[in-house]
Design a protein around this ligand. Sequence first.
Ligand code: ATP
Ligand code: MG
Length: 588
Amino acid sequence: MTWPRIGKPEQVRAAANLRDYARACREFSWDEARRELSGLPSGNSLNIACVAVDRHAAGPRCGRTAIRWIDRHDRAHDFSYSELREWTNRFANLLQELGVRRGDRVFTLLGRVPDLYVAALGTMKAGCVVSPLFSAFGPEPIRERLRLGEGSVLVTTPALYRRKVRGIRDFLPSLSHVLLVGGDAEPRTTALGPALAAADPEFDAVPTKPEDAALLHFTSGTTGTPKGALHVHQAVLAHHVTARYALDLRPDDMFWCTADPGWVTGMSYGVIAPLTHGATLISDEGEFDALRWYRVLSAQHVTVWYTAPTALRMLMRDARKPGDFDLAALRFVASVGEPLNPEVVVWGQEALGLPVHDNWWQTETGAIMIANLAAAEIRPGSMGRPLPGVKAGLLERGPDGRALVTDGRVREITAPGVEGELALRPGWPSMFRAYWHDSERYARAFADGWYLTGDVARRDEDGHFWFVGRADDVIKSAGHLVGPFEVENALLAHPAVAEAGVIGKPDPVAGELVKAFVTLRPGYEPTETLRWELLAFGRHALGAVAPKELVFDQWLPHTRSGKVMRRLLKARELGLPEGDVSTLEVPG
Ligand code: ATP
Ligand code: MG
């Protein structure tokens, strides 16, 4: 079905940061962003932490709250830009005292606590590379990433150290220092609190060059073993500009990005971008809980909220409604990470009075590339248009589903409505500069002057992009090609369906058969009648590519960053090894 477009009232359009899209695209230059963010200690240097923190700490906004941290017990703690400058200086001094050298990797394994922000920014100030790990990882994924990234330093807590790191420490020869946040130090570790208290609060940030390494981010592991994507200091130009355009971010905002800084979204937009804008970032130590989230939005007067489709779908499923809370401050809502089904966009409009703005990017792109903008009408289901400064295209695909490269050349699709591999012209500052220790894979990600994203999309006649699926995730059923996402979306339109995961199951006749796993909303029973109803509903919407099999599953496997892990559904269905499950969310 086609969904009605959602227009924006004149006063919303007039107030948006980006009002004239066509003009901005024509006139955009990254050099302008570079000039705006200059004024750093020395000439050609560019350091993310200085742009994010020191720039504001040295100016009239030094007393503004940089981080409002909400602890597990709902208490709010504020840290000003001045305080953040001082603590990150201390952390940078500590690294130098420990003999950690420029370019060395500093890993964090922490929940959302203030020390995480101090360590990440302090690391970059010291010219080292920060690699954040999600704190719920088990020992094996931690070991694998620390080994691959040859981490010199790990910042964690005593409890996490005892449970997850102590047993693998001897297998990590490059790990020279473990810094523990809170509690007593263990043997072979340093207590961070006293060490920071003793460190000098003044520090001249290392004059990193724009192309010096700053961040090492591991991908979500949705399609296989996670890859380490390396980003450089000038990525901050993209964080800054894209937050202004795609999230409509302003200096006075109370900004809440719900992603954990262990993922690229939580670092680019949960730490760096709100600070470069001089806004206040909200950090919530607690986990997802509908009531808790509504309370944070309301009590903290959140103005801009950046979250994920799964979380929004869970809020839609919840008995509590946005109308039960005072969300008057909320101005802009955006989502990323997975396809955003139109129902959620419309739910936002009806329940919050604000549509949800989908945007698209990847760990590799470092920042938002395609987005629905504050001043533009929304076509529910579309990812929006490429941001100014970003050139996106669609490439003809070969039999393996990826862009067809013939004699080093690819063919760009210009006709509207035709599916192709989504590709980007290199040149935006936050493009990854390497897959850590995998130069071959990095080289394979480029062809004929394009970065090949591995996603498939189509473009309508007005230049809006529509997500189709992952290039290697296509189901071939009885001569038809179908992306799981299209089938999932069709099922999500049924009122009983809260979430769906779709796979291709080998079938001797059809090649593959479309099988759906469905999570029901509260109030619906997994009856045989409902199962038949959903199959019929799917057939009506999709015809030949509708699911032939459908089972109910209240616990679909998700990555910790909130994506349905279809490869795991498939492996389980076929009784095959589960592969890398390091990023699998474990319920409870
Ligand atoms: P891995 O690369 O390890 O398999 P991953 O691709 O899920 O994991 P991320 O870099 O976190 O790791 O996610 C980027 C991917 O998420 C995109 O390539 C795309 O497939 C999906 N994605 C992101 N935003 C959207 C969106 N708005 N709509 C649809 N899909 C999206
Ligand atoms: Mg990926």
